[in-house]
Design a protein around this ligand. Structure first.
Ligand code: 5GP
Length: 118
């Protein structure tokens, strides 16, 4: 069971943003932008490469809802999924990082720069 499945089951607490039957959005524990949300399917897929493409349509709708709820839909945001070891994925449960609340540069994602945005 992944750490994110433990969040889904309630075994590990999270700061929830939005939830429906299939998806959950919650604040990242180590934010790299003023707003940093993780969006996951409740069902475990290892990553984007292994997800059933059919669920991506509903997941897209859910991501749109989260962005709107947080007021990011008009000003913009960044959506990232790290895929596999070389992609920098640490938690092997598909998740999208939704980052916003500032004008983001590419470089701010490095550990040294990210704190400047918080
Ligand atoms: P990855 O590197 O796999 O794309 O991203 C994993 C993300 O999960 C990281 O940004 C990390 O801060 C976040 N994370 C890891 N454990 C927890 C946790 O227990 N709670 C929350 N809210 N975020 C977590």
């Amino acid at each position: 069971m992944t750490i994110f499945s433990k969040i889904v089951s309630g075994e590990i607490p999270c700061n929830k943003v939005l939830e429906n039957e299939d998806f959950l959005a919650f604040h990242d524990i180590n934010p790299k932008a003023p707003i940093h949300i993780l969006i996951i399917p409740k069902r475990e897929y290892k990553n984007f490469q292994e997800v059933d493409p059919k669920i991506m349509a509903d997941m897209t709708i859910f991501i749109h809802q989260v962005a709107k709820l947080l007021g990011l839909d008009e000003g913009g945001y960044r959506l990232i999924t790290n895929n596999g070891e070389d992609g920098g994925q640490e938690v092997m449960h598909l998740h999208f990082h939704l980052l916003g609340g500032a004008k983001l540069s590419w470089s701010h994602l490095s550990d040294s720069d990210s704190k400047n945005f918080i």
